[in-house]
Design a protein around this ligand. Structure first.
Ligand SMILES: O=C[C@H](O)[C@H](O)[C@H](O)COP(=O)(O)O
Length: 234
């Protein structure tokens, strides 16, 4: 199977976890788009009754085109289950997200969700986080100073640009600075440092967030649970 087929396989698998009357968080990215397609089919064919909360304008547009009911995170009290992608997942189930610049809304939806599921192809599973550049969402005002601080700290920052070399703007009209770290040996400390940096809105380290990971592999689908969280829920 090629990478897109692996993404489609986990997208289809994840859509099966959605039940009638759920409030469902829809992640962002190419893997999630397969899940949204699959869920859209269930809504049509089974009359599945769900309310969706989107983590990006792009996913919201896709879901609405498929006839799904998408509303604002502020109109619901909680989210039952959020299904999202990831850029890297380490063996302790921490992740880097934001390769598609959706990390801020993704983290807001994730932290208001009862359960979080990530769907990835096997290339995203790593021993240590950091080979994938860590996205940091920053307010445009003063962003050069944040960039300079990151540079002094040896984080090898780069402002994210699009194919036309224009600065990428997030759905909240902020900018993305990618940190080229190579290996993140102390993710919690780094997360704290970034959280404490004025001008940083959010970063792509998602620590202790995910409850279930579905991995698409050449030899089939693997499901990894964060045991302690599921044990608590029982
Ligand atoms: O900002 C984007 C999100 O964090 C995505 O979920 C992540 O980048 C994975 O995307 P993809 O499934 O396209 O690799």
């Amino acid at each position: 199977m090629n990478q897109n087929e692996l993404k489609a396989s986990v997208g289809n698998e994840a859509a099966k976890y959605v039940e009638n009357d759920m409030i469902v968080g829809l992640g962002s990215g190419t893997t999630v788009s397969y899940m949204v397609d699959s869920l859209g089919k269930r809504v049509k064919s089974e009359g599945l009754n769900i309310v969706c909360i989107s983590t990006s304008n792009r996913t919201a547009d896709q879901a609405r085109c498929l006839g799904m009911n998408v509303t604002s995170i502020d109109k619901v009290g909680h989210v039952d289950l959020t299904i999202d992608g990831a850029d890297e997942i380490s063996s302790d189930l921490n992740g880097i997200k934001g390769g598609g610049a959706a990390l801020l809304w993704e983290k807001i939806v994730a932290t208001n969700s009862d359960r979080n599921m990530w769907i990835v192809d096997e290339s995203k599973i790593v021993d240590h986080l950091g080979a994938f550049p860590l996205p940091v969402e920053v307010i445009p005002f003063g962003s050069q100073h944040v960039f300079d601080k990151f540079k002094k700290m040896g984080f090898q920052p780069s402002f994210r640009t699009n194919v036309a070399s224009a600065l990428v703007k997030t759905d909240s009209n902020n900018l993305i600075i990618d940190l080229h770290l190579g290996k993140i040996s102390a993710p919690k400390e780094l997360a704290e440092l970034l959280n404490d940096t004025v001008g940083v809105v959010e970063h792509g380290l998602f620590l202790d967030v995910v409850d279930k990971v579905i991995v698409g592999k050449q030899d089939g689908i693997e499901t990894i649970d964060r045991i302690e969280k599921f044990a608590n829920a029982n």
